[in-house]
Design a protein around this ligand. Structure first.
Ligand SMILES: NC(=O)c1ccc[n+]([C@@H]2O[C@H](COP(=O)([O-])OP(=O)(O)OC[C@H]3O[C@@H](n4cnc5c(N)ncnc54)[C@H](OP(=O)(O)O)[C@@H]3O)[C@@H](O)[C@H]2O)c1
Length: 340
């Protein structure tokens, strides 16, 4: 007889937000403390969720608008990456006890297709599958590897440089031999970015980004790895070198709800033959193993670090989204589920 749980605790997406950007409103998410757990069908796996990844994109998935993924469905556990342990399996690739990561959702017990899960490599903590070896590391790796392509001696600017993706992009660019300048929102975050190997860091709340980058990079900037968009991206465009690459990774300034900000300095792209390109890490799932083969040894050697900002317990998960949108997180926002 199965000892699988019949009920679980979860947050469902209860209503679409009133506006597509801006703070997370009350009532959009609803906590349920005895949601039914479905019986397993062929190919499915039951996972006890230990950790959730909170991401800036979560705010966008709540809207009913065109995006790179369909809107998160109403009435279901809110979409999120998670890491946990298999407790039952109807998939030939998994057995109870396997440590896995994938789209597990904001819930304590998840029934998911085994084909959408990855095993967590031995010897690494489960939450690493959500940052250095997961979405943050994969995003930094594909953005730099495919678009930024920094060479030794080039100058790379990374925005939201103390954040999860940004801090890994800083470390990978430094390892490639580039001179890295971060942009971050506090003096403390700038100090962290320098500790990761960046030559310098601009505090955009206290310094003029355009003027400071012009001073710090008199030979101009070869790669911008941009996580924020808006006014900060605009301030970097006049500093681009000939044949510079701008990696459009994220637009967190837009999610925060200040409305679209015009790019006044777009013209600099043309005479400098700049390539500016967006990407979505999920498009590269067929190369996740390639990225992991490069990232995992660096993680094991302690060369790739990610600051963790841990929220305790599923119930507090919405607070993590608020942190990301106000810039008050310090590192990768994770929820550690209380499984008592
Ligand atoms: N393309 C992809 O496939 C992909 C995949 C994953 C993530 N992303 C994007 O990568 C970016 C970083 O994600 P993350 O998970 O690593 O988050 P994060 O950088 O750890 O956290 C977001 C940070 O953005 C900064 N920020 C917030 N509001 C801002 C504003 N109005 N202006 C400037 N900076 C602001 C804050 O840092 P400061 O205190 O320094 O301002 C905040 O800590 C996001 O834009 C996300 O959407 C893209």
């Amino acid at each position: 007889m199965s000892t699988n749980p019949t009920h679980t605790r979860r947050y469902v997406l209860a209503a679409r937000p009133a506006t597509t950007t801006g703070p997370l409103e009350d009532g959009v998410l609803r906590f349920e403390d005895d949601a039914p757990v479905a019986a397993l069908h062929d190919g499915q796996v039951l996972v006890k969720v230990g950790w959730l990844s909170l991401d800036v994109a979560t705010r966008g998935w709540m809207n009913d608008v065109r995006n790179y993924l369909p809107p998160a469905p109403l009435g279901e556990a809110m979409r999120a990456l998670g890491a946990g342990v298999v407790t039952d399996s109807q998939h030939p690739g998994f057995t109870a006890g396997d440590r896995v990561s994938g789209l597990l959702g904001w819930q304590e017990d998840a029934v998911v297709d085994g084909s959408a899960l990855r095993k967590i490599p031995d010897g690494v903590p489960p939450q690493a599958a959500l940052h250095v070896l997961g979405i943050s590391g994969q995003t930094a790796w594909f953005g730099l590897h495919d678009i930024g392509r920094p060479h030794a001696g080039e100058t790379v600017v990374v925005t939201a440089a103390a954040g999860a993706v940004g801090s890994i992009a800083v470390q990978l660019a430094v390892a490639a031999g580039a001179r890295v300048i971060g942009v971050a929102g506090t003096a403390g975050k700038c100090a962290q970015v320098r500790e990761l190997g960046a030559a310098d860091c601009v505090n955009y709340r206290e310094q003029d980004v355009e003027a400071t980058i012009a001073e710090l990079a008199p030979d101009r900037v070869d790669v911008v790895f941009d996580n924020v968009g808006g006014a900060i991206l605009d301030a970097l465009l006049p500093q681009l070198a000939v044949n510079a690459r701008v990696v459009l990774c994220g637009a967190v300034s837009r999610y925060a709800g200040s409305g679209p900000v015009p790019l006044r300095n777009w013209f600099h792209l043309l005479p400098n033959r700049v390539r500016m390109e967006g990407f979505i890490y999920l498009d590269h799932q067929d190369r996740f193993d390639v990225a992991e083969a490069d990232l995992l040894p660096r993680v094991r050697r302690g060369e790739l670090r990610c600051q963790e900002h841990v929220i305790d317990g599923l119930k507090a998960a919405p607070d993590g989204i608020r942190l990301l949108l106000t810039g008050t997180n310090n590192g990768k926002v994770l929820v550690k589920l209380d499984q008592d």
